[in-house]
Design a protein around this ligand. Structure first.
Ligand SMILES: *Cc1c(COP(=O)(O)O)cnc(C)c1O
Length: 460
């Protein structure tokens, strides 16, 4: 049975039709128009019934290995018994309480633990529910700090080419991906955009280190002229994920930290995707041995269970914004700030890191997986194979840019047929699996990606 026929089976059809009629799915087009033709490429919509470990099971009992951690959030598998138990216990105590004038153990413990991970350099945690909000909060706090200090002109921000920081209007303003900005551009605050340290720009004998230096120089040139108008630069440390798993040398982080100090602007590290062990260390900034002024976390922090985000910052910033009169103190009133259930899932997640020595495990698994993938990367249509921690990516040469989206959709649906959940970004195929794959699951993932690649390439 081919893909489309399979998904048209009656029992599935009912749920698919009901979902399409009532749910507005994000980033989903079930029929994808093929450019310059009247044809459509049909893409499946899959009703998932349950999950365990890295596996997702649909309502017909078919399984898919979740090789992208359900949009990069799931670290320790679906329906993880340790997190389940912690949540059940918390449910019997307190589901939610507002965080204004009240507090509770889960939020205190989580803040203390995360602060200790930064050696108390970032000792204050402010909570929200999604990544984009954390970015907005960091931007507001940075502006607010300079405002309270009397630098009323410091209200612009810098971001990198191909950056992604979320899709609310403030976060979208510091995002530089055409697809997401698109029609909304006219609604957004103007932002300075500087050169990405993308290490694929290797040419003329440059190495990744030199590329990072050139990109940092670009920042310095801008600040020489305009630092009096700029509050902060926001970056995704080491990997620009949504921009296409763009990786760069950690020296860039070191240089940017220095330049920010020299020119009096804040460094906001958006570790929403790269934090929580994804790059091989708990925080990606640790690869460069630096701390930002603001660090945003979300996605993996609850193990992929519940929406939670936070911004961590320094004593200096906290004190200047907090200990002022009411007019000058920070405002961001989020109903579910520091939700106890979400904090409890986050605490359980951090306990798993500790109990099972996860960072150690990651350092072993990443070598194994890289080795196994190496035979695939010899294919002449594959370029720029790259890896950082538990992220692998490569680009597939597709000459006609209009064909890249079709390739991505084909890859997605062919992978599903091979029991693998993957969602390439244009012609960039990537793996970002949970940290708990066993030997057989690693083998399945590698075989399925090989098979999918060959099927998609030969079907052209
Ligand atoms: C996903 C992501 C965000 C936005 O998080 P949401 O929870 O989807 O709003 C922001 N920054 C980065 C780097 C991300 O990957």
């Amino acid at each position: 049975m081919n893909n489309i026929a399979y998904y048209k089976k009656k029992s599935l059809d009912n749920l698919v039709m009901r979902s399409l009629n009532s749910v507005w799915h994000p980033c989903t087009q079930i029929k994808y128009p093929i450019k310059n033709t009247n044809n459509f490429y049909e893409i499946p919509l899959i009703p998932i019934s349950h999950g365990y470990g890295p596996w997702l099971i649909d309502v017909l009992g078919r399984r898919y290995l979740d090789a992208i951690s359900s949009w990069w959030v799931n670290l320790f598998g679906h329906s993880n018994s340790y997190i389940n138990t912690a949540l059940k216990n918390q449910l019997n105590k307190l589901e939610h309480v507002m965080l204004s004038n009240l507090t509770h153990k889960p939020v205190i413990k989580l803040s203390e633990k995360l602060s200790s991970f930064t050696k108390y350099k970032l000792g204050h945690c402010f909570y929200s529910s999604d990544g984009a909000s954390a970015v907005e909060i960091a931007l507001k706090m940075s502006f607010h700090f300079w405002y309270n200090k009397g630098f009323l002109n410091k209200k612009k921000f810098i971001c990198l080419q191909n950056s992604y920081h979320g899709e609310t209007l403030g976060a979208l303003a510091v995002t530089n991906i055409k697809l997401f900005k698109g029609i909304y551009k006219s609604l957004l605050k103007k932002t300075y955009i500087i050169t990405t340290p993308d290490s694929r720009n290797l040419n003329k004998g440059n190495n990744a280190h030199e590329i990072a230096r050139c990109a940092a120089f670009d920042l310095e040139i801008l600040l020489k002229k305009s630092s009096n108008k700029i509050a902060a630069i926001i970056i995704e440390p080491l990997v620009q994920c949504a921009g296409g798993m763009i990786m760069y040398d950690s020296v860039y982080l070191k240089l940017v930290r220095e330049i920010c100090n020299n020119y009096n602007i804040h460094l906001i590290a958006d570790e929403i995707a790269v934090g929580c062990g994804r790059t091989g260390k708990f925080f990606a900034c640790e690869h460069a041995d630096i701390w930002p002024d603001f660090l945003c976390l979300s996605k993996g922090i609850t193990g992929g269970y519940l929406p939670l985000s936070l911004v961590m910052t320094t004593d200096k910033i906290y004190n200047l914004i907090y200990y002022k009169n009411n007019m000058n103190s920070f405002l961001h009133s989020h109903s579910y700030s520091g939700n106890p259930l979400a904090c409890c899932a986050a605490l359980a997640t951090l306990e798993i890191f500790n109990k099972h020595n996860i960072l150690q495990r990651i350092s072993q698994d990443m070598k194994k997986i890289t080795k196994k993938l190496t035979s695939l990367i010899t294919h002449p249509q594959i370029i720029n194979f790259r890896q950082q921690g538990m992220i692998w990516a490569f680009d597939v040469i597709i000459e006609n840019p209009a064909q890249r989206e079709i390739f991505s959709q084909k890859f997605f649906s062919t992978a599903l047929k091979n029991e693998l959940l993957l969602r390439p970004i244009g012609n960039t195929v990537y793996l970002m699996p949970p940290y708990i794959l066993n030997k057989n699951e690693i083998k399945h993932m590698i075989l399925a990606i090989f098979k999918t690649f060959n099927e998609v390439i030969s079907s052209k």
